[in-house]
Design a protein around this ligand. Structure first.
Ligand SMILES: [Zn+2]
Length: 280
């Protein structure tokens, strides 16, 4: 049988690669049981392609690539003087009698090799795309993580800068006065220093404050000619040291001093507990 009689012979490589259209594939599969030569080539191609790195998941190559591959395959076949398949036991003289050269083994294996190269190329292309995608994803995650870290550091630095700036403004305020606070009966060894400005607030630093229960808090008060006004809560560290900055007392024209008392957690509106520190 000549190639004119059996056009399927050319389709074996594309069939094994799954590159035939649905109609072509159906026609080819209908032809296979009737043509031992095509069946043999399909089996041999499958044996080769089965060894390819097909363990990777399938990914669609771009449509343009398929077009280029098909065009290249058609181009490569054109110059070859080819003979169609024939039943294996059919004498070669029949082909010769049909006026065409006998099918050449080198061409057959050339076609198979081309098909394998296409398969290898597609598999490598897909594998490479996946590797690039994974790499890009990893780099993106790393970049986002670094960005978040930088933002957190920036926020901390910004808060610290604001705090330092406020402290500097307070310490250099025209009306700042330095106060010394002395420990009272519950904490005779405790002491504190404070910088008090009516316009800027108060900067407070205490040492040797006794540890207190979890349901209690230290609370700092502006002393005034009238009732004390809360400055804020003070939380000492494990060594009993505490530093804190508080805004100016709203509505207090002239604080006369500071005092620290022990109060229920969360603080209170007016002092109720024992006084631990009082300014001299
Ligand atoms: Zn055939």
């Amino acid at each position: 049988m000549s190639i004119e009689q059996d056009p399927f012979r050319e389709a074996t490589g594309m069939y094994v690669l799954g590159a035939l259209g649905a109609e072509e594939r159906r026609a080819f599969e209908a032809h296979l049981p009737e043509c031992e030569a095509c069946a043999t080539e399909v089996r041999s191609l499958r044996a080769v392609t089965g060894a390819l790195p097909y363990a990777v998941p399938y990914a669609d190559p771009p449509p343009a690539l398929r077009g280029r591959v098909l065009a290249a395959a058609v181009q490569a076949r054109r110059p070859s003087p080819i003979v169609g398949c024939e039943p294996q036991r059919k004498p070669a003289s029949a082909a010769a009698a049909a006026g065409v050269a006998p099918r050449s083994a080198p061409w057959a294996w050339g076609a198979a090799a081309a098909s394998v190269l296409v398969a290898v190329g597609l598999a490598a292309y897909a594998g490479n795309l996946r590797a690039q995608l994974r790499d890009s994803q990893i780099r993106l995650v790393n970049a986002v993580s670094r960005l978040e870290e930088s933002e957190q550091r920036l926020q901390v630095a910004s808060r610290e800068t604001t705090s330092v700036r406020a402290s500097l403004a307070l310490l250099t305020a025209a009306d700042v006065v330095e106060l010394r606070l002395r420990g009272q009966a519950p904490a005779p060894t405790a002491s504190a220093r404070a910088f008090l400005s009516r316009s800027r607030g108060v900067l407070f630093a205490a040492t040797s404050l006794p540890a207190i229960p979890n349901d209690r808090t230290y609370q700092l008060w502006f002393l005034t000619p009238g009732a004390p006004v809360s400055a804020g809560l003070v939380r000492p560290d494990a060594e009993g040291s505490a530093t804190a900055a508080f805004a100016p007392a709203g509505g207090v024209a002239r604080p006369t001093g500071l005092a620290l008392s022990l109060e229920p957690e969360g603080g209170v509106g007016a002092p109720t507990g024992a006084i631990y520190l009082v300014s001299q």
